[in-house]
Design a protein around this ligand. Structure first.
Ligand SMILES: [Zn+2]
Length: 300
């Protein structure tokens, strides 16, 4: 059986952590081969590495997780765009993230890690506030669409996710990471690297799940962010801690709004209790809900 990574807290380095949430069986007891179908979403049962609470800083993280080599292989085989939420709803949600910072962004460069097709790049480019966009998107299949989203804004697209050395230090006025930070096993390294790219008055914008949200309390073990793709999960306090540890200041956290079509919400609710509502006629109107996510901004 291939060995998994053994790690201490990725925020503070402490090795003292108390297990808090486990699947049955726990991911670390299944072995790499057995986890692949769950990683690819082919199995519907819950399966994830045990989440433990750091006794020093409070971060919820997996003390055992995939190694870097295992992750490269897993992500390479993952079909892109597995999102089950219809794209109009995703676009509305992401426009909301841009709206949260649009008025206060200062002129400078734009940088986004994991922009996907560029839902935020489009309004950012249209705002006229940015001189150049640096876009780091590992999924090469969307690079053409991403380039179109940038429109006339000059841009550089790269498939790298951990090397931003081409971006000139101290030039970026907005760095964006939407549902990226909680996929990364060494968050401090990426946050520190981004910080060197920010200019005075610039900001980082991060959207993640909130493991202390009402949704998590209600759903317990079935809270979707408990999954193999998340080596750690944040709450407002631990997000503040990881950012200040990486050297940021002025951290602000707010619950963010997600847009879902009513029909989608009803079907998800039906699945939770074991009903198939997919053939019921339900409205496609989207509703905005403050569910299990949070939006964080911070200054270099
Ligand atoms: Zn810690």
């Amino acid at each position: 059986m291939a060995a998994f990574l053994e790690r201490s807290c990725p925020c503070c380095g402490s090795a003292q952590a108390i297990p808090e949430m486990q699947s049955k069986p726990a991911g670390e007891d299944v072995g790499l081969e057995g986890l692949v179908p769950f990683w690819e979403g082919l199995r519907k049962e819950r399966m994830f590495f045990t989440y433990a609470r750091c006794q020093s800083c409070g971060l919820l993280y997996c003390p055992r997780y995939f190694t870097g080599a295992q992750l490269s292989e897993l992500y390479a085989n993952l079909a892109p765009n597995m999102d089950i939420v219809p794209s109009a709803a995703i676009a509305a949600t992401q426009r909301g993230y841009w709206s949260a910072v649009a008025d206060s962004v200062v002129p400078g460069g734009y940088m986004e890690i994991g922009p996907d097709v560029g839902h935020i790049v489009t309004p950012a480019a249209a705002s006229g506030k940015f001189g150049h966009a640096w876009l780091f998107e590992p999924n090469r299949a969307v690079h053409d669409v991403l380039a179109r989203s940038a429109g006339t804004l000059s841009h550089t697209i790269s498939a790298a996710m951990d090397d931003f050395s081409d971006v000139p230090d101290g030039t970026i006025s907005l760095a964006v990471m939407i549902h990226v930070l909680d996929h990364i096993t060494e968050p401090l390294a990426i946050l520190r690297q981004i910080r060197t790219k920010l200019k005075p008055g610039g900001r980082i914008l991060i959207v993640t799940h909130n493991e202390k949200s009402l949704l998590r309390t209600v759903m317990g073990r079935t809270f979707p962010p408990f999954c193999l793709q998340h080596p750690e999960l944040y709450n407002p306090e631990t997000m503040t801690k990881v950012l200040t540890t990486a050297g940021y200041s002025g951290v602000e956290v707010q619950r963010s709004v997600n847009h879902f079509p009513i029909s989608f919400l009803a079907q998800q609710a039906g699945q939770t209790v074991g009903l198939d509502l997919s053939r019921l006629p339900l409205p496609d109107m989207a509703v905005g809900l403050k569910l299990g996510n949070m939006l964080t901004t911070a200054q270099p």
